[in-house]
Design a protein around this ligand. Sequence first.
Ligand code: PAF
Length: 281
Amino acid sequence: MVVIRTVDQLTKTLDSLREQGKTIGLVPTMGALHKGHISLVNRARADNDIVVTSVFVNPTQFNNPNDLATYPRTEDADIALLEAANCDIAFVPTVEQIYPEPDNRVFNLGPVAEVMEGAMRPGHFNGVAQIVSKLFTYTKPHRAYFGEKDFQQIAVIRQMAKLENFNLNIISCPIIREDDGLAISSRNVRLSPQMRKIAPNIARILKESINFALSHSVEQTIDFVTTSINAFDGMEVEYYQIVDSHTLMPVTSFNDSDHVVGCITVYCGDVRLIDNIAYKR
Ligand code: PAF
């Protein structure tokens, strides 16, 4: 595996590989790699000749400076994990490489970027669109891989790619979970031992809600999930929304759409976790 730190070297290397007819798979990450990221690399490895993984903590998507300052940075371990996963290129740029000058682009991402995380974290998705559009421009991948834990992010990136006319396949990959069901996230290491013990109840209750929903309304299901999770000391649901998984607009009945997903954000102590569950695929 080669570690590339400049945009210039990345574009030159990939231009030459593309000319040789190689297909390129891109896995964008912010580092602090875990089994979830590696599952994306494995999928990209299976689908493409060349796998590029970017490791870059993107400042423009953080609306909370403290969150940016405390975001885990584990470059050496990340590079070792990528090497072991048979990645071809680790792209590990500095902030100056990516943003030699401020990126003032405002993407007109529409409703998919305004609900849920978009409402809670103003500017977050515009920052995601900025960095992902830059990565797509530099790598011109045939395919790019994103985890379904960040369900809304995938919809936003699809919208950005459509707006910007990127010609690639955006591939969503299933959530990877710990044995006890907790969705794997870089934030899990920040959970206190007590919170780590109770956090898997989020996934358990979401799963139980599938059965509950068979004989209850959307409103009752939202109430069931929220009340059951809030019953645990230290856990607080920020939002639970049941939405059409394509438009991300709330549904009022499970019959409103053929694709229905529930998206949740829960504070476990001071750690904000997200997860989701499909009611109808
Ligand atoms: O999901 C992430 O880790 C980030 O939002 C992404 C897509 C790598 C952009 O910085």
